[in-house]
Design a binder for this molecule. Structure first.
Ligand SMILES: NC(=O)c1ccc[n+]([C@@H]2O[C@H](COP(=O)([O-])OP(=O)(O)OC[C@H]3O[C@@H](n4cnc5c(N)ncnc54)[C@H](OP(=O)(O)O)[C@@H]3O)[C@@H](O)[C@H]2O)c1
Length: 289
């Protein structure tokens, strides 16, 4: 079944899975709003997506998603330009090799991979009407969450920081789905599987080695993008919410992701750290049974 043309916002659309997602969406007639940080890479990506577009032309809005001021400014620009967005694909991601703090004083991987989708989703909720929120996570999501080391304060390594942020993506998706139950907005996430992209390119040490190995053995970014496109547009998934897709099918994520107490605690911490100015209400007791 073909999807009706939609307007879809894709973060991290200048490279890898985000760029492949933007291309596939544009090629099938959807209007893509591309977000990434680096302007020259972003405009180059915009030209390549525009060349494939069969519907409305794509646009590019630069934003540094590690900065909350930049996310808020992006939201203002989106509200000025559009009255609705049909899907938000939260895809931009990073894995900092060393513990670094953002301009907001937050650990960079946690800020970019988890807090940015959390804040951006809150700020765009009024544009999403009956829309879909799609999270990009990883099968390498952590199996536990130490709230005393959420930002690597007590010990940092890039892989723990990354897998913690990817666990946060799933906890956020499930909690968002519970809180939006009964509304027309849905929330799902997926893992693209190891993919040959620019993730970690140019870094040294263990991160450099791991990303080089993933580029050797990984699938194409187009493969992961196909799942993102389905989650954002497919009519088969109308009303489906709170799901994790692995190998393109709904699957079980690690046990911790189903713990509503941990999800609610992470939500509260994320609210404190981002102050989104809008509350997505508490889930009902029935919803968390
Ligand atoms: N590759 C894999 O094997 C794999 C596996 C599982 C999950 N994933 C997930 O897939 C997603 C996409 O990764 P990828 O593999 O496609 O990596 P990639 O090729 O490195 O692309 C990352 C994208 O994120 C953007 N980005 C990074 N930091 C940003 C920031 N602070 N503000 C705005 N944009 C920012 C980059 O934009 P700039 O051009 O501006 O830097 C780029 O467009 C990530 O969430 C990753 O965790 C990847």
């Amino acid at each position: 079944m073909n999807a009706t043309p939609r307007r879809i916002l894709v973060t991290g659309a200048s490279s890898g899975i985000g760029l492949a997602t933007a291309r596939q969406l544009a090629a099938t007639g959807h209007e893509v709003v591309m977000v990434s940080r680096e302007t020259s890479r972003g405009t180059q990506a915009l030209s390549s997506v525009a060349a494939d577009a069969t519907g409305p032309g794509p646009s590019f809005l630069p934003a540094d998603l590690s900065s909350q001021a930049s996310i808020r400014d992006l939201s203002v620009r989106l509200h000025d330009r559009f009255s609705s967005v049909d899907a938000l694909v939260n895809n931009a991601g990073t894995a900092a090799t060393r513990r670094e703090l953002t301009v907001d004083g937050i650990e960079l991987t946690f800020a970019t991979n988890h807090l940015a989708p959390f804040l951006l989703t809150h700020l765009l909720l009024d544009l999403l009407h009956g829309g879909r929120v799609v999270g990009t996570t990883s099968e390498s999501h952590a199996g536990r969450l130490d709230f005393d080391n959420l930002q690597g304060e007590r010990g940092y390594n890039f892989f723990s920081a990354y897998s913690r942020s990817k666990l946060a993506n799933i906890l956020f998706t499930y909690e968002l789905a519970r809180r939006l139950a009964g509304t027309a907005i849905t929330a799902n996430c997926f893992t693209p599987g190891p993919s040959a992209t620019n993730f970690g390119r140019g870094t040294g040490g263990a991160m450099g080695l791991m990303s080089a190995a993933v580029r050797l053995i990984g699938g194409s970014p187009q493969r992961g993008a196909r799942i993102a496109v389905r989650l954002a547009t497919s009519p088969e998934l109308d009303g489906a919410s709170g799901l994790y897709f692995f190998h393109g099918k709904p699957a079980r994520s690690k046990a911790i992701t189903y713990d509503p107490v941990i999800a609610a605690r992470l939500w509260a911490v994320s609210e404190e750290l981002t102050n989104p100015g809008r509350q997505i209400t508490q889930p009902s007791k029935e919803a968390i049974k």
